[in-house]
Design a binder for this molecule. Structure first.
Ligand code: ADP
Ligand code: MG
Ligand code: MG
Length: 207
């Protein structure tokens, strides 16, 4: 099983690689900093995990990731993703390997954290339009006895569909809500960064 530090490193690198694309998406209907924010956050995470070292359980690592994102990233996404990682850490405490059951609990906790903090629901053109369908993939996977890889494969598809869906709706939360109807036709930056992370996870576990 993968070392959690390595998994976070891979996810962070994938986000950093999409810095310009994510920023361009946010430029169209927001303030053009999403890629910059996320890259700054994951660069800080990389440094923090070097200090934390190897051998920590998944919960401890995710807690560090969450706290680092909250303290190093301004704007909406930093605190929202930070809360998501910190909440996901709770069911992962004492775990060194991921299973579908734990992953489902982690995603449920992450989604709830984002909703507690940002008060959004599905259909408001945010990262939740990806996260909620991804959670549904894990609920279904748990019921049907799917493997982690099968759940991630379904999640990539659900995430891509979620991003497409954000193009069709008006933003009612976050900065994109300021442009109202003009947000239609544009994909949400946060939904896209989350999709980048899910894809990186799938590619990692596929190997
Ligand atoms: P800011 O909008 O403060 O500049 P970012 O550009 O980094 O922050 O992040 C914007 C992203 O945050 C959006 O694309 C959206 O996915 C997400 N977001 C904004 N507000 C909310 C919210 N209330 N709930 C969930 N996600 C949100
Ligand atoms: Mg922004
Ligand atoms: Mg901003």
């Amino acid at each position: 099983m993968a070392e959690i530090n390595e998994v976070i490193g891979v996810v962070g690198k994938a986000v950093i690689a999409q810095k310009e694309f994510l920023t361009a998406l946010d430029q169209a209907i927001g303030d053009g900093d999403h890629g910059i924010n996320m890259a700054r956050g994951f660069e800080a995470v990389e440094k923090k995990l070097e200090v934390l070292g190897e051998g920590e359980d998944i919960g401890a690592v995710l807690k560090t990731v969450g706290m680092t994102l909250i303290s190093s990233v301004g704007g909406a996404a930093g605190p929202l993703y930070g809360t998501a990682f910190m909440r996901a850490a709770v069911p992962a405490t004492g775990k060194f390997a991921l299973d579908v059951d734990t992953a489902e609990q982690m995603i449920a906790a992450a989604v709830k954290g984002i909703q507690d903090r940002g008060k959004a629901v599905k259909g408001e053109k945010t990262m939740l339009d990806v996260f909620i369908p991804v959670h549904e993939c894990f609920i279904e996977g748990k019921e049907k006895g799917k493997s982690l890889l099968e759940c991630l494969e379904a999640s990539v598809k659900a995430a891509e569909d979620g991003v497409e869906y954000t193009k069709t709706i008006i933003a009612t939360k976050g900065r994109a809500s300021y442009v109202g109807e003009r947000s239609i036709g544009h994909q949400d930056a946060g939904a896209t960064s989350l999709t980048v992370m899910i894809k990186a996870l799938y590619d990692y576990y596929k190997k």
